[in-house]
Design a protein around this ligand. Structure first.
Ligand code: ADP
Ligand code: MG
Length: 729
């Protein structure tokens, strides 16, 4: 009997929910481990408080002296909560989070006078050894120095007994080495561009904030079962495994009652989130068995991105207490739904207006339409860049795999807004007559209902859908850091809004138009120019693939193809003009993503080769030997008649040999392709070789192994099966 699988099953099937009780109401706990406004008021001098507020609201630099005061207050607050260490908490280009803990502890030069020390210098800057983080060749290793610097727009928080200070990560030569710097730059670009455009409608607007509400999907698998699968442990997904007879066909998991163990985990997790100020609100079962979703109330984008990164870390830690393993991979199981991370995105003014929400007056609706149409135009003109922003080896399994959004970018807006756009398209060129303007304001712009009903009946197949008061970018992978997608989306919309303003100004100046006339004229042209990106139909259908190709939309199914857009001239110029990436940074990131892709496929190939040979083949041979013994026995008893009596066994023996041969030859061929790929020196070519030459063997090997899984005696099969992974609650 294969011990690990059956031990794991034994362990998992006898588990009870861990005892958990909430310590207090959510509203009482919320943010109590965050150095927020309330804590700052208590622990900071008024000057220090003002300094932090100015830094948050206006990006004002914090002077060193002030930093000392802030650090002092932060330290007092943290010590009062039993904290012993502090760390700069950052998001290197690995996509995860990084921390290096230092104790709040110093001794004087002669070893006496131990004190709890944490000053402005430690708050503002730390030097982790940057050489071990990906940098895409930005730094030579001999000058492998980088530093982290405090980002006051995201508040410090306590996790366990450590004070975590959100920071950016920069090379000494000035380039960004993390995901946060470009995001902050993109957010500042969209703030500036959108504020300028808002002034056409409301002079009082001084700041525009991009908002983000992510929806995190994940699988929750019993720890013992997950640990019994080497592929899950090493690659985050099952490389082998026959689909379970029951999967999600009955749709009996989605929105069903949450299993007790999972629910207890969620309650514990939610409490941690409350303490950390992560405003989680919604929890429910997802489509696949053992798949769930968690969503917060939306926040300012930088904070929301930090909160999502932190959440992913906290989810895994809390899971340990409940004997679960969280799978964030986009496609951990073949044959059942994968996981995504919808990014709900909008723009909000400091006057409290959601710029993507239709409202009651024609004027504010013209503002809505302006931002709405500019967003569509931005996606239209930069669809390849947006596609590139969500490309990863693991998300490739989802995009275009007939369930999640397709690899083709398109925008869904619903019937009502489609009608509004087509009416705006026939607006007169040049100055509008007073009658036409009145008519437009009353009957077109003014008639947009402030609640867009038809959007409740959403098109779930669209990768980028307008959902009433926000756009929902659905193609983001569940395992991704949202910053890549958010940096790109905010950047392309910022660029678009700058162009819009220039075009409107140009019409006002050169054609002597009124502001409204100019806006209508520019929007009309945008609608005409953005037709190819609008699509209301079934995004999974073959018809759409054909139609999209005709429209000239890209359809990149793999990461190496998709991410080329990141270093196109258009992208490099766009990012550089907005001050988000210079060419060096953009190209370094491109290299890093290629390398990451290659490594991921390389690891999968190795793990697959190992388990196919070490687990599957020996098991198959063992079972085949039993069959051979059986045939021998039958021969002994029945003599020459054995051939008819042992007919099925003999077929099986041959079939098993066929699959063993299949696995062996394919693993060998795959290994050869890997060796060839490893000889390549160009990162793009290597990634392509892994994608097109190595990866195709995965399916072949899997097919043989999965067939064997059905043939071999269940008692001897070593790898925990799909039905066990997916249906153990
Ligand atoms: P669903 O898409 O599952 O039907 P909702 O539409 O209620 O759910 O919201 C999904 C997510 O959208 C939530 O995380 C929510 O916080 C977020 N959201 C709602 N309004 C905005 C907004 N103005 N900006 C960004 N995110 C938003
Ligand atoms: Mg949603």
């Amino acid at each position: 009997m294969s011990t690990l699988r059956f031990q794991a099953l034994q362990e998992a099937s006898t588990r009870k929910p861990v005892h958990f009780e909430e310590i207090d109401r959510k509203s009482n706990l919320f943010g109590s481990n965050v150095f927020n406004e309330k804590a700052m008021k208590q622990y900071l001098t008024s000057d220090a408080l003002k300094g932090v507020r100015d830094a948050i609201q206006h990006g004002t630099k914090i002077e060193r002296k002030l930093a000392d005061y802030i650090a002092m207050g932060m330290k007092e607050w943290a010590l009062a909560k039993g904290v012993t260490h502090y760390t700069h908490w950052f998001q290197p280009l690995t996509g995860t989070t990084a921390e290096k803990h230092d104790a709040f502890f110093e001794i004087s030069y002669d070893g006496s006078d131990p004190v709890e020390k944490f000053g402005g210098a430690q708050l503002v800057q730390q030097e982790p050894d940057a050489s071990s983080f990906p940098n895409g060749g930005i730094r030579n290793t001999f000058e492998a120095r980088g530093y982290t610097a405090w980002d006051p727009t995201s508040p410090a928080f306590i996790y366990g007994t450590t004070l975590c200070i959100p920071t950016v990560f920069i090379a000494y030569t000035g380039e960004a080495l993390d995901n946060k710097i470009p995001l902050l730059r993109a957010l500042s670009a969209i703030d500036e561009a959108a504020t300028e455009v808002c002034k056409y409608f409301d002079k009082n607007v001084k700041k525009v904030t991009a908002t983000l509400g992510w929806e995190q999907e994940y699988f929750l698998i019993d720890k013992a079962l997950a640990n019994s699968r080497p592929d899950l442990m090493m690659t985050g997904r099952t490389l082998l495994g026959h689909t379970s007879a029951k999967g999600q066909q009955l749709d009996d998991h989605y929105f069903g009652s949450i299993p007790t163990r999972a629910l207890t985990y969620m309650r514990d997790l939610e409490q941690e989130c409350m303490l950390l100020g992560i405003p989680v609100k919604t929890r429910h079962n997802e489509v696949a068995p053992n798949q769930f979703e968690l969503a917060p109330i939306f926040e300012e984008t930088n904070l929301a991105v930090d909160h999502n990164s932190l959440l992913m870390d906290v989810m895994q830690r809390v899971a340990e207490r409940h004997d679960f393993k969280v799978l964030f991979h986009e496609k951990p199981f073949k044959g059942v739904n994968g996981s995504g991370k919808h990014n709900n995105w909008s723009l909000a003014t400091d006057t409290g207006v959601n710029l993507l929400s239709p409202s009651k007056t024609p004027m504010s609706n013209l503002q809505f339409l302006t931002f709405f149409i500019n967003t569509i135009k931005a996606v239209n003109d930069n669809e390849t860049l947006l596609r590139a922003s969500i490309a990863t080896a693991s998300n490739d399994h989802r995009l275009g795999a007939n369930e999640a959004p397709p690899a083709i970018m398109s925008v869904f807006i619903g019937a009502q807004l489609t009608k509004v756009l087509s009416e705006l398209e026939s607006v007169t060129t040049g100055k509008l007559s007073p009658e036409e303007k009145t008519d437009l304001k009353l009957n077109v712009v003014g008639k947009i209902p402030d609640v867009l009903l038809d959007n409740t009946d959403r098109n779930r197949t669209s990768p980028f859908a307008f959902t009433g008061n926000k756009f929902e970018f659905r193609a983001v992978g569940s395992n991704s850091n949202c910053s890549n997608a958010m940096t790109t989306l905010n950047a392309i919309v910022a660029k678009q809004l700058i162009d819009f303003k220039n075009e409107v100004e140009n019409l006002i100046d050169s054609k002597d138009m009124k502001k409204d006339d100019a806006i209508f004229n520019v929007l009309r042209e945008y609608i005409k120019q953005s037709k190819k990106i609008l699509f209301e139909g079934d995004g999974y259908s073959e018809a759409w693939e054909k139609e999209a190709a005709k429209r000239g939309l890209s359809n990149f199914k793999t990461t190496p193809e998709a991410i080329k857009a990141k270093v196109s001239k258009q992208a490099l110029d766009l990012f550089e003009k907005l001050g988000i990436f210079n060419h060096v940074e953009a190209e370094a990131r491109y290299e890093i993503e290629l390398e990451e892709y290659t490594k991921k496929i390389q690891i999968e190939g190795r793990v697959l080769g190992d388990i196919a040979r070490n687990h599957v083949i020996p098991t198959a041979i063992r079972y085949q030997n039993t069959l051979i013994e059986n045939v021998k026995g039958l021969k002994e008893i029945f003599g020459k008649d054995f051939e008819t009596i042992a007919k099925e066994q003999i077929v099986l023996i041959k079939e098993i040999s066929g699959h063993i041969e299949g696995i062996n030859s394919k693993v060998l061929a795959m290994t050869n392709e890997r060796k060839k790929a490893n000889q390549l020196t160009d990162a793009q070519k290597m990634a392509e070789a892994y994608c097109n030459k190595v990866k195709p063997y995965f399916e072949d090997i899997r097919t043989h192994s999965d067939k064997l899984e059905l043939l071999v005696d269940d008692e001897t099969w070593t790898l925990t099966k799909y039905r066990e992974l997916l249906f153990t609650k």
